[in-house]
Ligand binder design. Structure first.
Ligand SMILES: Cc1cc2nc3c(=O)[nH]c(=O)nc-3n(C[C@H](O)[C@H](O)[C@H](O)COP(=O)(O)OP(=O)(O)OC[C@H]3O[C@@H](n4cnc5c(N)ncnc54)[C@H](O)[C@@H]3O)c2cc1C
Length: 409
């Protein structure tokens, strides 16, 4: 029976796990990445419909990880402004890029491209070993080590285990870490289209009655129209009806749902549907274990912060591990892990709770909630400091503490 000894074992080669492997470059730490998907699917990930809105801070970190320059130019789109609509009102709360002091509030990048470049960059790191297409069948942890058993008989022994295996993390569950889960009872459909009316690089969030709509601008006009991604949130039974429509009927349905404001809808791409479940782990660390990415915090996508928070966690954990490696101390030191947890909880809990609150208020179709949100949007649109704060949050300048991960080679 083969036993592999390493420093860090990461379960899950999604965007978070891959970025952590890359962020440990130059530390001298040996990393084993375990992933249940096969290597071909990691090397060229399939389009999954998600257009990820990234903050300026995330872009800066991805630049330091040497990921950003690998993204195809035509797949990075500026998100200049954002408009928030409520019900039938044509008036929007407008959040302009100028309020953030930047040329754009953020950037839109397809998730499969993030996965692709993160894989490429992680595989270039000396000391990273990928075991793809594997199944974890057991995890044991003690004060001195973490041991993972695979179904092919191999065992991986390390000083630290990192769970990056999605919001439904099996590693987290096996460690007995309780997790707050909130099933919103709705599904989110994402799909690329072209629209007749120019989008002016502006994202829309529209809390309509019995549905939530979003529009994500995807760059310049083509001869066929203006490329965008539509995001439709509905209760699961209604979503099934929308999924059953053929492309033409779907295009008409979307045009109607947007009350004709986008003009004609064409070029319907692949539709992808995601169940909406928010998760927040009670603890981000345990003996010889740390959680990152969605395994720690699985956000509702409405505030577009899931992966942005994932990157924050990667940056923080990599910083701690780099410091420990440089000092020649234990990377699994409980005090160090506790510091990672405190920092990451402070950075994520307010936004997680605020997102829950926003979704609760803005999807409640009862009359008092509708009045309250109309009033809130009206007041917010007139409160310059509030809008400035919102723009800064969306853009997230990332003036946070200098981290040891800044020194990635
Ligand atoms: C519709 C939608 C829109 C979104 N929009 C945004 C946005 O605009 N901005 C933003 O910041 N975020 C957004 N997000 C969130 C973002 O996509 C996630 O936060 C991000 O993908 C999480 O990355 P991860 O690596 O933690 O997890 P995942 O992407 O879930 O990857 C986990 C990996 O672990 C592997 N794995 C799972 N279990 C095991 C196991 N037992 N053994 C081995 N491998 C395992 C999986 O195969 C996968 O490769 C959106 C999400 C959705 C659904």
């Amino acid at each position: 029976m083969d036993t592999l000894h390493t420093d860090v074992t990461i379960i899950g080669a999604g965007p978070a796990g891959l970025c952590l492997a890359r962020a440990l470059s130059g530390t001298g730490l040996r990393v084993v990445l375990l992933e249940r998907q096969g290597e071909a699917a990691l090397r060229s990930p399939a389009f999954d419909g998600r257009e990820i809105a990234l903050t300026h801070r995330s872009r800066a970190f991805m630049q330091r990880l040497d990921l950003w320059r690998r993204l195809p130019e035509g797949e990075v789109h500026a998100l200049r402004d954002a408009h928030v609509y409520n019900g039938d009102s044509p008036r929007a709360m407008r959040i302009g890029h100028e309020q953030s002091g930047r040329e754009a509030l953020g950037f839109l990048v397809p998730n499969h491209e993030i996965r692709r470049v993160a894989f490429e960059a992680a595989m270039e790191v000396n000391g990273v070993t990928l075991l793809a297409g594997v199944k974890v069948i057991g995890v044991e942890r003690s004060d001195s080590k973490a041991e993972v058993a695979l179904d092919d008989g191999r065992r991986i022994v390390s000083r630290l285990l990192v769970a990056a295996d999605s919001r439904f993390s099996e590693t987290r569950r096996a460690a007995g870490i309780a997790t707050r889960m909130f099933d919103f009872g709705r599904s989110m459909l994402v799909c690329r289209v072209t629209q007749e009316v120019p989008h002016a690089d502006t994202a829309w969030e529209w809390f309509d009655h019995a549905q939530t709509l979003a529009l994500l601008p995807l760059g310049n006009a083509t001869p066929r129209g203006h490329r965008a991604s539509v995001v439709l949130t509905l209760p699961a039974p209604q979503m099934r009806e929308v999924q059953a429509l053929d492309d033409e009927a779907f295009a008409r349905d979307i045009a109607r749902r947007f009350h004709g404001r986008l003009g004609r809808i064409d070029d319907v791409g692949e539709r992808h549907v995601y169940p909406l479940v928010g998760t927040y782990a009670d603890r981000f660390v345990a003996t010889r274990l740390a959680l990152i990415g969605d395994a720690a915090v699985g956000m509702h996508p409405v505030t577009a912060h899931g992966f942005n928070l994932g990157l924050l966690g990667v940056e923080r954990l990599a910083g701690e591990l780099r410091e420990a490696a440089e000092a020649g101390t234990d990377i699994g030191d409980p005090a160090r892990l506790a510091r990672f947890e405190r920092g990451h909880r402070r950075a994520t809990l307010p936004l997680y709770l605020a997102t829950r609150g926003i979704v609760g208020l803005f999807t409640d179709d009862r009359w008092p909630a509708r009045r309250l949100r109309a009033g809130l949007l009206w007041a917010s649109d007139r409160l310059a400091p509030f809008k400035k704060a919102l723009a800064a949050m969306l853009a997230d300048e990332g003036a946070g503490r200098a981290n040891a991960a800044d020194r990635i080679a």
